[in-house]
Ligand binder design. Structure first.
Ligand code: 5GP
Ligand code: MG
Length: 177
């Protein structure tokens, strides 16, 4: 697996240090009271597991499966909700976690849905944010790292379902794409 990686962009120790700081910010910012954390599957799994264990407060964890179409299938920016049940968020503060902010369509659509479902307030946290113009008007409240507009894998992010378990964020060799 490691042979497929051209370059490590962010190594494990650097990610862990950054997560300590993000968790402290989150802990400081959210008033006491019910907090629901929503993890966007599957990309945000690893990030969420490592971040949330650093946040010493009572919270509930929910997961959401969404499909967004982008890249080769560049389209209307439609985001489909794939779960039969939507988490109960009415009157709750929500922290939405995703792996990476790219066009912004996913976070935009999910945040709007959460507000439609009656969430009190929605904040968003991403491990990575690409430095680019977004298709949807959205920025994350908490960003682990700003990166360039390269395709990255590892630490939850996949290429065709693989590489999510790499402990760092890296760039694939051209031959592995
Ligand atoms: P957005 O809706 O912001 O365009 O897309 C966010 C989703 O696109 C992410 O949750 C992720 O699944 C996927 N994505 C965007 N950029 C990358 C990337 O560089 N690598 C991987 N593996 N997925 C990406
Ligand atoms: Mg993905």
């Amino acid at each position: 697996m490691r042979d497929d990686i051209e370059r490590v962009l962010i190594d494990e120790a650097v990610i862990e240090k950054r997560l300590d700081a993000m968790a402290a910010e989150i802990e400081r910012d959210f008033p006491q009271g019910p907090l629901v954390v929503i993890i966007l599957l599957k990309g945000a799994l690893v990030f969420a597991a490592d971040l949330l264990r650093r946040v010493p407060r009572v919270l509930e964890i929910e997961c959401l499966n969404v499909a967004s179409y982008h890249g080769g299938l560049e389209s209307s920016g439609v985001v489909d909700f794939l779960d039969r049940h939507f988490p109960e968020v009415k009157g709750h503060q929500v922290l939405l976690l995703d792996d990476i902010l790219d066009t912004g369509r996913t976070l935009h659509a999910v945040s709007r849905r959460l507000m439609d479902e009656g969430a009190l307030a929605v904040k968003t946290a991403v491990l990575l944010a690409k430095d680019k113009v977004r298709a949807a008007e959205v920025e994350a409240d908490y960003v682990g790292f700003e990166i360039g507009d390269d395709f990255v894998v590892g630490y939850g992010l996949d290429y065709q379902g693989k590489y999510r378990n790499l402990p760092y964020v890296g760039i694939l060799k051209a031959g592995s794409l």
